[in-house]
Write a protein that binds this ligand. Sequence first.
Ligand SMILES: Nc1ncnc2c1ncn2[C@@H]1O[C@H](COP(=O)(O)OP(=O)(O)OP(=O)(O)O)[C@@H](O)[C@H]1O
Length: 276
Amino acid sequence: MSPDCIHQSLHASVPLLDIHEASVMRGDALILDRLSLSLAIGQHTAILGPNGSGKSTLIRLIARQLYPLARRDGAPVIRVFGRDRWNVSELRSLIGIVSPAVQLDYTSDSPLEVFDAVVSGFFSARGLGLDHEVTPSMRERARDALAQMEASHLIGRDMASLSTGEARRVLIARALVHAPRALLLDEPCAGLDPASRRRFLESLRQLARHGTTLLLVTHHVEEILPEIDHVLLLRDGKVLQEGNKETVLTDSAITAAFAMPVHVRRRGDYYSADVD
Ligand SMILES: Nc1ncnc2c1ncn2[C@@H]1O[C@H](COP(=O)(O)OP(=O)(O)OP(=O)(O)O)[C@@H](O)[C@H]1O
């Protein structure tokens, strides 16, 4: 099915993502423990937790890079738009994923020009090959995606020459060429200085306001955008608390998640957390 057909066949009433009691083992260790999460279209969400709480494992589960333990009743553990079977490229057109691991694939290795990196997203390929037929509409969508991420000026540059923040903008543009319903961003502000972080968060806010559901994975309360109202707090592979920002971003919940006294403050539209 083409990406456009997939999008047309989806119903707004079906959850974008529905994870029901997912457990993941790595070796002998239980890394995710019966984790459930249901997200509606437009329900911007932050997954917040300390190092080792299972955030990356959850992303790899959603990206189909890891598989959950089968449930006793045989019911599917993960459904995307109500379906439990998708091929990887269909899934990418619905949920774009940008993580530090993806960034490493594009910024090291062989040379790759920025526009090619973005337009090759249509083929789920790293760069263009002789068998990739790039249509004018693909070029236009790639240019639009770069403009949306304020990265048009980077066209012509080699991916390996970009700063962390520039490369991240380009990779989000690459994910956006499919006009995905959701973007899953793993630690999107890692490695950015405070000013770059704020500018980057403002670009993400524009996406959130224009119909892309954001699923943002972070250690930092400060990165929870004003548009995000739903927060899932993880600890030791379990959901410690889930709900709207006001109920989850409290001293007691964040102190319990990070296992040290933390004071959470509201600063305008954002929150901050200080270790006491
Ligand atoms: N292949 C593996 N084998 C054994 N344990 C693993 C494996 N991969 C991850 N783990 C463990 O699973 C736990 C969760 O790891 P994960 O990377 O999902 O956490 P995280 O919340 O993303 O951490 P961080 O914020 O540091 O990136 C950690 O204790 C980690 O050591």
